[in-house]
Design a protein around this ligand. Sequence first.
Ligand SMILES: [Zn+2]
Length: 201
Amino acid sequence: MKRVEYPGAILELVAQLRRMPGIGPRSAERIALWMNQSRDARAMEIARAIQAAAEGIRPCVRCGFFSVGDVCEICADESRNGDLLCVVEQATDILPLERTGVYRGRYHALGGRIAPLDHVGPEQLRIKELLTRVDAENPREIILALGADVEGEATANYLADLLREKGVRVTRIAQGLPAGGGLESADELTLSRAMAGRREV
Ligand SMILES: [Zn+2]
């Protein structure tokens, strides 16, 4: 006797859901069956939302942030401080910085960081575009807001060398103790960077 399975369309949905980050085979099956059986699921709304996001959103040609048109909301905002340009690894790093409310300059997402082991070199990142922007927009300060790991460090050093040649001031965001954290729980590297990055009070 032939082994019975769910119809092909459900199996295909399970297979597609399984490709998503953090979704294992059991969750994928549970979600697929919920979408198919539960009226609350409103599966067509989910389908339309996925389609709208996939077709309607693209990276901003200038900074790389999520955008509906060629240029994103941040780049189109004339009231922004054009003297400051903050370089981040990913477009997803921009909103966390925005939400702090302390920065009103512009951004540039590199699309990653230099990571030779993963075959990511400078030419795979939006570094040429960054240099072109620096020439065109003449920011007074470039803030490197990159990760505090080895690759982030290497990328920051590489960019700092390139940007200093252009005579622009280059800074890095501070590294140190997490808010609410005591010294006893910090690792040596964090503590040594906190010490190196001390400032006048
Ligand atoms: Zn933009």
